[in-house]
Design a protein around this ligand. Structure first.
Ligand SMILES: *Cc1c(COP(=O)(O)O)cnc(C)c1O
Length: 467
């Protein structure tokens, strides 16, 4: 048959829709979506034939193609994955996994009508933040508290409410950029304040703050250097040293802690990170921190501190634009409640449970998994149990690592020069994609965040990589 004849022999859109697969698709996805998909599959067959492809698909073939198309379009774009990168709080992988109590509370808030801004005692309008204010005050020792959608928003509203049109003093050593367009100078410009940089990259002294404070100054800002450390010949003015300077000059001291933590991490075998309560006690007038970093809750930006400053922040119109919804508030309340009993935190809060897991525990799980993992990957690959190092991520203790263990995978015989990259791609292509990391020429799965090995190994049976 010549090309024209083969094109003419192609089934019509109507025939595709009347094929068993096509008719099924109409029932499952609706006539409109099925019609669009049928047109697409006929069009692409026509293009393929014109391009010289030797195909002659039947109506049923094209019906099957359209079903595949529709099924793909119906797959949720938010995919569940395994985070075996070794970075527990990975911003690109959604940061904290929530506690069961938070999931239940959020689910209930989604399903039911809730008293969100309604005072049940008086029957009058209430404040949505009241639902979590007392808990935040109790856990941080601050006078008052409020919250917005994330910490970037928290910082913007604080700057705008307390220092619009005025200067904000920041040390050059704290001029941070965090991934994803959070650059302090830009945040400040958008908040309507003027950046007043002081000191140098490596050294800032108390007198730098005193010299810069004047009639134009709105506030002093201290920022946690979340993702780097300045080392060597350095000098930083701590929050505690800044408090008397702020008082002398009559300026509010704002401390952006970034990750922030409500408990002393050393009790979980981690390095020391100043708590929010420490920052409040050291004299900060306002402290801001994230909900989905070390705290282990949903995305949120908490603002705690002096009552009159919190009142000014709450009056700012940005508050309405950045307010938290009922689902988030329910999850936050349940998460914060867990902090009332720090002894059982690691049991209930996945973030701390993962961070607190011992290397011995992870290693013995890895040992137990090894034979099945090796069998699933086949003889072309070598799987070994190795010690490795995890990190917290999301800007908490950026330089400290946590001893961990996992599987190190290499190719027994390397034909392509890019084995680790190809392995990484094969693991990403699994039904539940597995994200590991590439290090020293091998592909690594840090098992710190893996709690259930069984379904993980079942998923691995679909491994389709080759060396
Ligand atoms: C992470 C971080 C932020 C931004 O917080 P989000 O919750 O991501 O909006 C701001 N400041 C510091 C110091 C941070 O570490």
């Amino acid at each position: 048959m010549d090309e024209t004849a083969r094109l003419r022999a192609l089934p019509s859109v109507d025939e595709v829709l009347r094929s068993p697969a096509g008719a099924g698709a109409v029932g499952q996805f609706g006539r409109q979506a099925a019609l669009t998909a049928a047109r697409r599959s006929v069009d692409s067959a026509r293009r393929a034939i014109r391009g010289g492809a030797g195909i002659q698909p039947s109506a049923e073939d094209l019906g099957a193609a359209m079903v595949a198309q529709l099924a793909d379009a119906a797959t949720p774009r938010i995919r569940t994955i395994y985070n075996l990168t070794g970075t527990v709080l990975h911003t690109n992988l959604g940061r904290a996994v929530l506690a069961e109590a938070a999931i239940e509370a959020a689910t209930q808030a989604m399903r039911e009508v809730v008293a969100l801004e309604f005072d049940l005692a008086s029957g009058k309008r209430g404040e949505r933040d009241d639902l979590v204010r007392d808990l935040l005050v109790e856990l941080t020792g601050a006078e008052d508290a409020t919250l917005v959608n994330n910490n970037a928003g928290a910082l913007m509203i604080v700057l705008s409410a307390l220092a619009a049109g005025r200067e904000v003093i920041v040390s050059r050593g704290e001029m941070i950029e965090i991934g994803g367009a959070f650059r302090l100078p830009d945040i400040m410009a958008r908040s309507g304040v003027k950046l007043r940089e002081i000191g140098t990259t490596n050294r800032t002294h108390p007198r730098d703050y005193r010299d810069a404070a004047g009639g134009e100054t709105g506030l002093i800002l201290k920022v946690h250097t979340s993702n780097y450390r300045v080392e060597g010949f350095t000098a930083e003015v701590t929050g505690r040293e800044l408090a008397p300077i702020a008082r002398e000059t009559g300026l509010p001291l704002v401390n952006d802690l970034g990750s922030g933590t409500l408990v002393d991490l050393t009790r979980f075998g981690l390095g020391h990170e100043p708590t929010v309560a420490d920052a409040v006690r050291d004299g900060a007038d306002i402290v801001t921190f994230s909900g989905d970093k070390l705290l282990g809750g949903p995305q949120a930006g908490f603002i705690v501190g002096r009552r009159e400053l919190i009142a000014r922040i709450n009056k700012n119109p940005m508050k309405r634009a950045l307010r938290a919804d009922k689902i988030r508030l329910a999850a936050i309340e349940a998460t914060l409640r867990l902090y009332r009993n720090p002894d059982s935190l690691a049991e209930h809060l996945p973030t701390l449970r993962h961070l607190a897991r011992s290397q011995a525990d992870i290693r013995s799980m890895a040992d137990a998994m090894l034979p099945q993992a090796q069998a699933a990957l086949g003889p072309s690959f070598t799987v070994e149990v190795r010690d490795c190092m995890s990190q917290i991520g999301s800007g908490a203790l950026p330089l400290s690592t946590i001893p961990s263990a996992g599987l190190r995978i290499t190719a027994a015989v390397s034909r392509s020069g890019r084995v680790p990259e190809e392995l990484a791609a094969s693991f990403r292509a699994l039904p539940v994609p597995v994200i590991g990391r590439i290090e020293d020429g091998a592909f690594w799965l840090d098992l710190r965040c893996l709690e259930a090995p069984k379904p993980f190994l079942a998923n691995l049976a679909f491994f389709g990589g080759s060396a």
